[in-house]
Design a protein around this ligand. Structure first.
Ligand SMILES: C[S@@+](CC[C@H](N)C(=O)[O-])C[C@H]1O[C@@H](n2cnc3c(N)ncnc32)[C@H](O)[C@@H]1O
Length: 375
């Protein structure tokens, strides 16, 4: 697809991407804006914002969807500083004009700023200390990989700050075998890591190649951060569902944000049997595909893991979820289903017991506060 065609009509994949970002922005802002954290300001930065609308149906895209989230929530109005950037002058002018002339955004206009730079030329964050900037959600959504300025992952070092980045796997994968693109790949992966990656890729099958490339990119991100990071990838595949095109990757240093984004991505993902999410998107009428990495475990595998890892322990349902879910495909609902299954099998004891717990549509529930004893 040519660059000019991108904003002509909205593809389903763009819809999903925008809605994941919009929904997560709201969740993130609610958490970081809660009075107990004492943050008077939050920031949303979109460095590849585009014009904000698709031509054919005039539908709003991510920048306007995020602003709509802010104006609908009185607790966020005036508290979130928003910055939009795009290297394309026409796009940023169109977005700026729409925002400045619409009555919808008049109350938050003083909180919105615009710039027209190429992201390669944007400096890494400079402020010192964990509180050097207000909590920031940074969205980087370039067409290819050239605009991904990896120094900007340093935003993750500031309190409450997180990144959502679009990783064009297909283009990177091709560029890695093309000597003409060597400089670009060096910029993205850095020299030493690129050498190692290329050596690792030799003779690998496509799926293993994908895992290695994604892992190297995650390693670039880690190298910019002082704290351990949690990454949640959501995969977009081609029309017949056989080939990975790109990933939307959420990066945070906090398990709460990680878990909340996973729940949102789950709602946009295909499901396998037992309600396990695939965390990928392709046309809804096609059957779910093989999942990425460890993301292919049915519910019984979760039951098995919990039995082994928590044997002899007494622990709350919500703690089990927080301790165990990172890096796995399971969302909270899957943990509850697994524990209900284990309760039926008699391999755990639950307090309160089943007859004292709330029912949902006639079925027993497993609340966050339930205390589980693994036998
Ligand atoms: C995929 S589109 C962004 C779509 C937008 N996030 C949305 O959801 O509507 C990529 C945008 O990045 C801009 N862009 C590409 N390379 C860039 C760079 N190096 N610096 C800044 N903007 C760039 C393009 O002009 C285009 O508007």
């Amino acid at each position: 697809m040519s660059k000019n065609e991108f904003f002509k009509s909205r593809m389903e994949q763009s819809y999903v991407k925008s809605h994941i970002v919009k929904e997560y922005f709201h969740v993130w802002a609610k958490i970081l804006g809660s009075p107990s954290l004492g943050q008077s300001k939050l920031r949303y930065i979109d460095l590849f914002c585009g014009p904000g609308r698709y031509e054919e149906d005039d539908s709003a895209s991510t920048p306007l969807l995020v602003l709509d989230n802010i104006i609908r929530d009185p607790k966020l109005c005036g508290r979130v500083d928003v910055h939009f950037n795009d290297e394309n002058t026409d796009f940023i002018t169109q977005l700026k004009n729409e925002i400045e002339t619409s009555t919808s955004y008049k109350d938050i206009l003083s909180c919105i700023s615009f710039s027209n730079f190429s992201v390669e030329n944007i400096a890494a964050p400079q402020a010192t200390g964990r509180y050097g900037y207000p909590p920031t959600l940074l969205f980087m959504d370039p067409w290819g990989y050239k605009g991904v300025n990896t120094a900007l992952f340093k935003y993750l070092n500031y309190f409450g700050s997180e990144v959502i980045v679009f990783f064009n796997y297909n283009r990177v994968n091709m560029a890695l075998s093309n000597p003409v693109m060597e400089k670009n790949m060096q910029k993205l992966f850095e020299e030493k890591r690129l050498l190692k990656l290329k050596a690792d890729l030799g003779g690998k099958k496509p799926k293993d190649r994908e895992i290695a490339i994604l892992a190297a990119f995650e390693d670039v991100i880690r190298s910019k951060c002082n704290d351990p990071v949690l990454t949640m990838p959501y995969r977009f595949v081609d029309k017949d569902g056989s080939k990975t095109l790109h990933y939307l990757i959420h990066i945070t240093t906090h398990p709460l944000g990680y878990g909340r984004m996973k729940e949102i991505m789950y709602r946009y993902a295909n499901l396998q049997e037992d309600g396990i999410g695939t965390f990928d998107f392709h046309k809804a009428n096609e059957k779910p595909q093989q999942m990425y990495l460890a993301f292919s475990n049915p519910l019984d595998e979760l039951v098995g893991m919990l039995s082994t890892e928590f044997k002899g322990k007494k622990i709350k349902m919500k703690e089990i979820y927080y301790k165990h879910n990172v890096g796995k495909s399971y969302v909270e609902k899957n943990y509850k289903d697994a524990l209900l299954k284990m309760e039926r099998n008699g391999t755990i004891k639950v307090e309160p017991p089943i007859f004292k717990r709330r029912k949902h549509k006639g079925h027993p529930t497993m609340g966050d506060e339930c205390i589980i004893t693994f036998l």
